[in-house]
Design a protein around this ligand. Sequence first.
Ligand SMILES: Cc1ncc(COP(=O)(O)O)c(C=O)c1O
Length: 392
Amino acid sequence: MKLSDVFASYENNILPTYTKTPLVFVKGKGSWLWDIHHKVYLDFFPGWGVGNLGHCHPKVMSAVRDQISKLIFIPNNYYHIPQAKLAKELTYWTYPAKVFFCNSGAEANEGAIKFSRKFGKGRYEIITFTNSFHGRTLGALAATAQEKYQEGFGPLPAGFKAVEFNNLDAVKGAVTDKTVAVLLELIQGEGGVNVAGEDFVAGLRRLCDEKNMLLIVDEVQTGVARTGKLFCYQHYGVTPDIMTLAKALGGGLPIGAMVVRKEIADTLGPGMHASTFGGGPVICRAALAVLKAVQKERLVTKAQRMGEYLFERLQALKDKYRVIKEIRGMGLMAGLELTIEGKEIVQACLEKGLLINCTHAKVLRLMPALTVTKAQINKAFYILEGVLGHYQ
Ligand SMILES: Cc1ncc(COP(=O)(O)O)c(C=O)c1O
């Protein structure tokens, strides 16, 4: 297909729901991407949080190849070994739990919302936070407390109350006899890389215990070693009642998971919730390969070590360039709040072969693969610094 035909087909045949960059990629390996003109890019935002292992990790590829040659799909009214193994693995690395598998982050959060309502037996309100992001389906969107995403899609499901992030008193003030859960991202990704405070999270856990409410952490973006722990909640010394996962868990293939604390897991029984493709054999093999690679390649430690280096470099950049207002994040999840809009900077980096992201207009987001090397970080900073130099 000629390049002009690719663009024309998108223009004519695909709903324009994405702001698109006119690049056609044909190959990826680790932190590198190749476009159709053979230009190479250093990807510091692989797959919007999907690429924790980088592009086309060999272990994921061979697991998928092997599984595809044996059994591609089997519905959830039967058993298969990859799902049994993956659920066991996830609960081993988290807490005594039972898992529900689905296909995306939004779907995992929808599951958590439905679970809460069933658990509540009449209590249905869920407290969420300003600048949160939980997905685009109606329930997840109602939980996403950002008007720009909700506008024009009402009426949204009722029962969501958004309060200020990191404000425990605001949460306490919002609790009523109808409140059943608190749902948060421990680091708000789309919302601008805002990190939840330790006291705040500990306070939420206490409050949920006192009121018999569920603490739900959305680790769709922070999960799978991104922040320097296998799961971000592990930084906080608390255990959630429900954790939702997606993005990086499948190594590039679609998966979502809702990990529910065992004592309450039987709230949902047969027929109450389902997802046809959820936890199929191929995706479970991919996710097992991801978790194995995280262990074998010591990617948790790597995210910590490379994260320290990344933040050291970011701090030096902040000291030098006044357009950087604040640096936030953890592990290999970094946000640079600028005093100016970030769109042009992202574009200028792209032209020089570095892919990064900008969220909330002024927050540059760097989330390189956990396999990133020091040399690649140095290269990224060489480009970034060259670009920022124009904005002094
Ligand atoms: C924290 C968080 N939750 C949920 C979602 C939605 O995930 P998906 O796009 O897989 O539905 C995202 C996507 O960016 C996210 O960052």
